[in-house]
Write a protein that binds this ligand. Structure first.
Ligand code: AMP
Length: 417
């Protein structure tokens, strides 16, 4: 019978690579907690309207990338394509802002988008992200960016770029959209089909186009920063000033708008030259109207999301993948009749001494067991033969350092560590 393969654009994370994920997740958790952010986990699927309203009808995600299905009760559900909208749904529903005027939250999970799979682009991918909810002040934008930088630094990724922009408040953006639409209309014939469409639905996204003809046109487009009103300019200036004080390097990029509808004011993206075409490994920004879109009170907020697969690709490129923890001890027994004693010793090692330990489950020869111990790179082999069993003892063999052996009673084992 034919074997069954995984779905295109998804990946198994195998035991020989899981430690990289776990290390990265551990760093993400530590950094988040250092800044006072707590984890929130929401379900993998939501009612479709969480995303159609939350992410926005004009976006690629909602228009063509969502895994949406009717369940058996004919309710339209969607596998989460991103976290922010679902997190906001949960914060409103659970009234979390009543507990704390500012909620600092982080998440780690898998997300689903029907995109064309390629290197660094999957249909199930993973993100680490944070959200700082209910502060309209620029220092919260900077706290979020700082946390992201701290995370990147802990991963020892040095060669990256922080692109920064402001798309202003709603009024500034509305003014800019008018000017931009006029400009793009005057070049409409030369725009790609996709950008012609976007011009109607979400004109800011034309600035983001990767199409070479569009890029040429966009070079001469009016600059969004020239359309910012005083409030928007002031917000952006404070963000830049605080980043300067903290000696965080950034490049102001006026064509950075990001894909989602809900952003306002600060937007940012992290870029790496190690990634090829999909060179953004994280991004975020301020969103002031998402809560009201989802039926809550106006709650100015800011956050970022980073792609874990892309971070791992960078770490691999720079040769900085975390080391796997080896099993510490292997129990080696010379004869099947010693299995009960061997199991007793493994139990003591694991549960009394708290060390990781393996024992052969295929009743192989002592030679094979020792070969396995070498392959695993264990520090100690605990050898069990007739004499050891008779004297309730073991022979400890140092596999790494000097290959010495010593015979001792089980109670003495603790002193070895
Ligand atoms: P976004 O939610 O689109 O702003 O994406 C934030 C980050 O998630 C990106 O910078 C990527 O690192 C990652 N990401 C987004 N979409 C995918 C995907 N289809 N496959 C892998 N990573 C992705």
């Amino acid at each position: 019978m034919a074997t069954i393969q995984n779905v295109r654009g998804t990946k198994d994370i195998l035991p020989n690579e899981i430690y990289k994920w776990q290390k990265l997740e551990e760093i993400a958790r530590n950094v988040s907690e250092k800044y006072g952010y707590k984890e929130l986990r929401t379900p993998i699927f939501e009612k479709t309207e969480v995303f159609s309203r939350g992410v926005g009808e004009g976006t690629d995600i909602v228009n063509k990338e969502m895994y949406t299905f009717a369940d058996r009760g004919n309710e339209s559900l969607t596998l989460r394509p991103e976290q922010t909208a679902a997190l906001v749904r949960s914060v409103i529903q659970n009234n979390l802002l009543a507990e704390n005027p500012v909620q600092r939250l982080y998440y780690l999970g898998s997300y689903f988008r029907y995109e064309r799979p390629q290197k660094g682009r999957l249909r199930e991918f993973h993100q680490y992200g944070i959200e700082c909810l209910n502060s309209a002040f620029p220092e919260s934008d900077v706290e979020v960016i700082c946390l992201a930088i701290s995370f990147i630094n802990q991963l020892e990724i040095k060669d990256f770029k922080l692109n920064l922009n402001s798309i202003g408040n709603e009024q500034s953006r509305a003014n800019y959209k008018k000017i931009l639409i006029d400009f793009l209309n005057s070049h409409k014939n030369n725009l790609s089909e996709e950008s012609k469409n976007r011009l109607e639905i979400n004109p800011l996204r034309v600035l983001d186009s990767k199409n070479p003809a569009d890029i040429e046109i966009v070079k001469n487009a009016p600059n969004i920063l020239d359309s910012l009103d005083d409030e928007s300019l002031n917000h952006f200036n404070i963000v830049k000033n605080l980043l300067d004080i903290l000696q965080i390097n950034y490049t102001v990029n006026p064509t950075l708008v990001r894909g989602l509808d809900y952003y306002s004011h600060t937007v940012f993206e992290f870029q790496s030259t190690h990634l090829g075409a999909q060179d953004a490994f994280g991004g975020g920004g301020r969103y002031n109207s998402l809560f009201t879109e989802l039926g809550g009170k106006e709650t100015p907020s800011v956050g970022f999301a980073m792609g874990i697969e892309r971070l791992l690709l960078i770490l691999e490129k720079i040769g900085n993948t975390p080391q796997e923890n080896n099993t510490e001890i292997m129990i080696i027994f010379s004869d099947e009749k010693h299995i009960d004693f061997a199991m007793k010793v493994s139990d003591i090692v694991r549960n009394k001494l708290g060390k990781s330990c393996l024992m052969d489950l295929n009743r192989r020869s002592m030679k094979s067991q020792l070969r396995e111990a070498n392959k695993l790179g264990v520090r100690l082999a605990l050898i069990i033969g007739d004499e050891e069993v008779a004297k309730e003892s073991i022979t400890v063999k140092y596999m790494q350092e000097n290959k010495d052996q010593c015979f001792m009673r089980i109670e003495e084992l603790e002193g070895v560590f």
